[in-house]
Ligand binder design. Sequence first.
Ligand SMILES: [Zn+2]
Length: 455
Amino acid sequence: MAQLTNRRSFLKSTGALAGTVFMGGGAIAEEEKREVKNVIFLVADGMGVGTLSLTECWHQTRASQSLEWVQLYTQAGVVVSKQDTASANSMVTDSAAAGSAWGGGKRVNNGVINITPEGEELKPIGVHAKELGMSVGLVTTTRLTHATPAAFLASVQHRKMEEAIADQYLVAEADVYLGGGMKFFRQGERDLITKFEQKGYAFVDNKQSLKLNAGKDKLLGVFSHDHIPYAIDRVHQAFYSGLPNLVEMFEAALQTLEKNPNGFLLQIEGGRIDHAGHANDPGTIVHEQLEFDACIPVAMEYVRKNPGTLLVVTTDHGTAGCQLNGVGNAYRGTGEALAALADQQGSFEFMAEDAQGRGAFSSELFMQVMGWEAWPEIEQEVNDKLGIDKDLLARVYGKHCAGKYLAKTGVGWTSHEHTAELVDLLSYGAGAERFPPYLKNEDVHHILKGLLKRG
Ligand SMILES: [Zn+2]
């Protein structure tokens, strides 16, 4: 790889690569040509290396092959970097600060989007791309106004200002917005959807209408009130069958964005790997990671067919120290134990929402989802805490199931919080050689911006 990089830089310095034409001994640069036309930026939010390794092992036991992510390591032309994910005020970042480092190019405090501790407002990379005449797309399984997509297009003092973020989206006019979070677009008197439609957006809210409208000039898809339900629940619950998955949203976004001859910047976020980590929910995190993984071959094919496209595959931080641990004598029972993960038929969040809806913990549902008899301590604590946020209630399930899960499947956790671990950043296609083996999250912004420069 090092040799290839050197050869590329050598060719570049002699002007022998595309972009420069030799005529009669002199060199004339092609005008207004960017080194990179399109950027596809895939984010597996909150994916620590243990989550990747767990999913890889599970996938090996089920499909007898490696994850697409793992296959990238052996793919010619893929550059593998390690990324330091710290924020301005902590070694452990949150998604707002991590996204701002990529989006705005400077480290900010946790919780803040694209405003530095000194008060400087950073121009998000998506706004920059629009100024260059490119199209921009944000696609996520979280609320559209969640921190990671927001950091490519918005600036706010706190990530919780999600109505303000949605308002900024209307002004920024990205060409594609696909995700969840209707409550920040249309609720009560507030109706941003109509305002988007007045600006020429085709609005869609289910899988069918997404398919029909893919390729329209501007696309707004909001598929759920809050985050889009987890992949494991979409698979097992028939009433979620109208929801698109991440790959379907990705493909629809490409159809719209690729119409622009000036290229595009597209962020695709598997945003709920992080949430499953916070909840310490093993079956759910594996399904989230697998759904994200299915985006990688779509992106790789696009890059191969469309020279001038850069693909970045990365994560903003690890979450909760998910690990597959050895089970049994000389760990020989690990594979068999791991297979028990398939018994889980729904997320902890799904059970938490059900308990909140019916006003009590359901032993019957717990049995259906987990295949285990419930026990008094979990029932008691869930019933005591029914009024808290559903993501916090999901953690109660995670806390009580942790010991049993560890013994049964080998999957364990270090906390319910983010981690400081170094994470992967993989790049492929146009400009991939610009990513060094080790970088800070804010470096990513400057590399992308350099590659988008004209001339
Ligand atoms: Zn998180």
